[in-house]
Design a protein around this ligand. Structure first.
Ligand code: C2E
Ligand code: MG
Ligand code: MG
Ligand code: MG
Length: 294
């Protein structure tokens, strides 16, 4: 192997690198086309107040359907969109679509709930985001309170000054703000007080297996205590088992989101859950009787 020439190894690497670059470019091109040709759609995951089972909100999550019918989850293209400078267009499309969906639900009559939208801070442009959000609300004819924005904790701290300003501006508009994936962003806790947001979303990694792991349990307790002391609302994401839900509830975190209650569903299915509450599925029904209000 020592005799293998540097040159051939070099050409091997450049070849595979350019192959990768080509794949990326093709993917980027396809995403651009999806944006223009209705290739994206949105699914909605209900947020639930436990143990009542009442749907108190929903989160909009983007999906991309390729031409061959494969559905690509956001974890496989959001980063690409950020790097390619397409994320602003994706997020703007989602915001506009969600506002229109909320307006349609309201026209339908009956109960509606705030819907949250994930917004990337990777290509932060305060003016553009504000302008677009204002227009999306206005064109749909809905009040700002119908929409909530989720920023991931890690991105909030990369452009701190600008993010603080943006959050103040969005609050002024009347939009609810949440810190997503809380606890995973290596945040400086003293900074938290400087951001004007309403809700902390406890990250799934802390929730998963909560009942089996004492340290994880301690972390969740600490986050809940801190959120309460600072006057934030809180919601736990990724709740998959009745045991996790029961523990969160015991410690005063009653707003939850996760496969235990519902996977992300279509707008039509989500509206049914908003109007009728959760179906009394076996496992959740049992939990409600066991731990429900007396
Ligand atoms: P997120 O905002 O933290 O969303 C929660 C993710 O966890 C969603 O994945 C959801 O489907 C999934 N999830 C919900 N409940 C459970 C559960 O009980 N167990 C497990 N294992 N997973 C659960 P999804 O839809 O694949 O989205 C992944 C991430 O992509 C989101 O994380 C969000 O950061 C980002 N994302 C989604 N839509 C958008 C968008 O429109 N714009 C931007 N910028 N980012 C988006
Ligand atoms: Mg989110
Ligand atoms: Mg999250
Ligand atoms: Mg998360």
């Amino acid at each position: 192997h020592a005799k293998q020439s540097g040159r051939s190894r070099f050409s091997y690497f450049t070849e595979s690198m350019s192959e990768k670059a080509e794949q990326r470019l093709a993917l980027e091109h396809a995403l651009r086309r999806a944006l223009q040709e209705n290739g994206l759609h949105i699914v909605y995951q209900p947020k639930v107040r436990w143990p009542e089972g009442e749907v108190i909100g929903a989160e909009a999550l983007v999906r991309w359907t390729r031409e061959d019918g494969r559905v690509i989850p956001p974890d496989h293209f959001i980063e690409l969109a950020e790097e390619a400078g397409l994320i602003t267009q994706v997020d703007e499309w989602v915001m506009r679509e969600v506002c229109q969906q909320i307006a349609a639900w309201r026209r339908d009559g009956g109960r509606t709930v705030p819907v949250s939208v994930n917004v990337s801070l990777a290509r932060l442009d305060n003016e553009r985001l504000l302008e677009h959000t204002r227009n999306a609300l206005q064109d749909a004819g809905i009040p700002a309170e119908c929409v909530e924005i989720e920023f991931t904790e890690s991105q909030m701290f990369t452009h701190k000054e600008q993010a603080v300003e943006l959050m103040n501006q969005l609050k002024e508009l009347g939009i609810g703000l949440a810190v997503d994936d809380f606890g995973t962003g290596y945040s400086n806790l003293t900074y938290l007080a400087q951001y004007d947001f309403d809700t902390i979303k406890i990250d799934r990694t802390f929730v998963c297996g909560l009942h089996d792991n004492e340290r994880q349990y301690a972390i969740v307790q600490a986050i809940i205590a801190m959120a309460r002391a600072m006057g934030f609302r809180m919601i736990a994401e990724g709740v998959e088992t009745p045991e996790e839900a029961a523990m969160l509830q015991e410690h005063g975190c009653r707003d939850m989101q996760g496969y235990l209650f519902s996977k992300p569903v279509t707008a039509v299915e989500c509206l049914t859950l908003i109007r009728n509450g959760l179906p009394d599925r076996h496992e959740t029904a049992g939990l409600r009787t066991a731990h429900g209000p007396h």
